[in-house]
Design a protein. Structure first.
Length: 121
């Protein structure tokens, strides 16, 4: 068993089992393990609290920390860059109708094939 009582807060926050316990407190098996760890005589509550806070801070997506203006600016740049890409641009109307007919024809052909296969069987 790992000597968790000797871990620093940073080392504990990097431990996979500890991270799982903090992020998924409903996992009974992992929770039971950490309850036992807390009952040991060399348990250090301050280290555990600091490590827990570190994991919680690291688990939050960075975009939650953006202001409204920064978020709007970021989304605007994303939309602009997507519009500049050749393969993401919307199709021309005549090409759209061709693609729609192609998908329709493919679906009809697959349906006929399945019906023929069932009839043959």
């Amino acid at each position: 068993m790992k000597p968790y009582s000797r871990y620093s807060a940073e080392e504990l926050a990097l431990d996979d089992l500890f991270v799982r316990w903090v992020q998924h407190p409903g996992d009974e098996e992992v929770a039971a393990f950490w309850v036992k760890q807390q009952q040991l005589p060399d348990f250090r509550p301050a280290v555990f609290a600091t490590a827990r806070r570190l994991v919680m801070q690291a688990s939050q997506p960075s975009w939650h920390r953006l202001s409204t203006d920064e978020s709007a600016s970021l989304w605007g740049r994303i939309r602009e860059s997507l519009g500049d890409q050749q393969d993401v641009r919307t199709l021309q109307p005549e090409m759209q109708s061709f693609v729609q007919w192609w998908y329709f024809a493919r679906t009809v052909a697959a349906s006929i094939g399945i019906i023929l296969l069932i009839g043959w069987a």
